[in-house]
Write a protein that binds this ligand. Sequence first.
Ligand code: GLC
Length: 556
Amino acid sequence: MIEDLWYKNAVIYCVDVETFQDGNGDGVGDFRGLARRLDYLAGLGVTCLWLLPFYPSPNRDNGYDIADFYGVDPRLGDLGDFVEFSHQCKLHGIRLIVDLVINHTSDRHPWFQQARADASSRFRDYYVWSAKKPRGAHKGMVFPGVQQSVWTRDRKAGAYYFHRFHEFQPDLNLSNPAVRDEIRKVMGFWLELGVSGFRVDAVPFLISGPGKAVRKGDPFAFLREMRQFLSWRCGDAVLLAEANVPMDEVLEYFGDEGDHMQLVFNFLANQHLFLSLVDEDARPLTRVLRSMTKLPPTAQWASFLRNHDELDLGRLTQAERKRAFAALGPDPRMQLYDRGLRRRLAPMLGGDARRLQLAYSLMFSLPGTPVLWYGEEIGMGERLSLRDRHAVRTPMQWSSEAHGGFTHAQAPFRPLVDRGAFAFERVNVAAQRRDPESLLNWIERTIRLRKECPEVGWGSARVMPTGDPAVLAMRYDFRGAAMLTLHNFARGPRSVRVAVGHDAKSSRLIDLLSHDDTRKTARGGHHRFELEGYGYRWFRLGAHDSAHQRVERPGD
Ligand code: GLC
């Protein structure tokens, strides 16, 4: 067992610097503002921040169109502010990972500008060109409806360039060793400034398609190289991959020896969890959980409910997606790219506290490391009048003051949610702080509990038969400690019997969520559970309560 894998029991929180907190009164969130909110994040129990791209950018894709890999967008601060912030994170015991967007640059990046202006420039081969329009240019677009093609003619260059995403995001030619050197330099730069790793954007597109680093039939050679470089420079840094691919492919992103990415987002569990919520049937999620084979010891799933993009339901069947759309986002304005929903979680679940808790209890107990999108901890809503995915990227709602306390400026750079049940006057941090029953306080308690349960992050998990399709039971084992969680997807109460195990500790369960220290004893480890509609339970097996008995873990 490799010791000290900090990410196995981490709680990751994703922030877009520009929408979190304005610190200088210009209407845009910035590093100074974010630094002021570190106490809030530490109090919530977050142990690692993931920052969306904050680099200089024309900002046509929320910063995923980078014009300079070595700087900070001047609206958000400067490199000095970044270093101050990175230092403050350390003082708060919070690690930092940053987005690494290496599939493409902005078309404003000097590399592209030189590449198009001069065919003999060394930067020409940094991108992927074709003299004629290749066949199939209208296939493989990531943003159907917004994007017309994946090859666009550049007048100045007199040639077509490849772009998997928007036409202003030309793909880098990763088969060029000079480009791979540039990428290592970028990683080395941010590691020196104190980050603990990278969320790697669009990984499947780094290994297949025109201009990719497929060498000697090994598409993953480049990921391995990145990982080696990372680990030499900073032994405990991680790569967190965005890879929305089928289960039989996803294991390759970890690598057989765990020598590719340490963390991969679990897009399949995400999509099927939503289907289970919609169908009030645990089986779609159970099927995914059963297909999740054992990972190498250093590998870890990253579990999430919502992120900064649309809720992508593209891996469901058409009929399943139709049901999910009807239940979660029936208005066509809520739907995007024929596959997803541009909504936040709370409105999708009708603001129903019981269903929200069920969903979060699941997310925190899925085998892996939980990742929260900012504002989800207070149940923020979306603003559909904003274009495409911006609907879920509105400024953080801190209080009922003007602009939700996000800025003192006359107007924020992007409007807040200011109407309806999710308006900042109603849904905000200040109000929820005062209410012991609020979602914010519930999430804080649940994060505390999750951190006390290394069985979930470190252990092995098994789905246990319940005899009821609406109820999911999972058992986790780690170094002699064990837990059981139960989730009822149905709106009505359920009674189930679970054979928890034959050993002595399976006979005594301690309810970790109830207010008193409720114990359940059943001889032979066969327990009956009464669950209310959308009910959930976390039990530790054995004689000890979690809060008093810290489970030993590697690194202790
Ligand atoms: C990833 C990001 C998304 C971005 C795209 C292009 O999918 O999550 O927000 O638009 O990459 O970089």
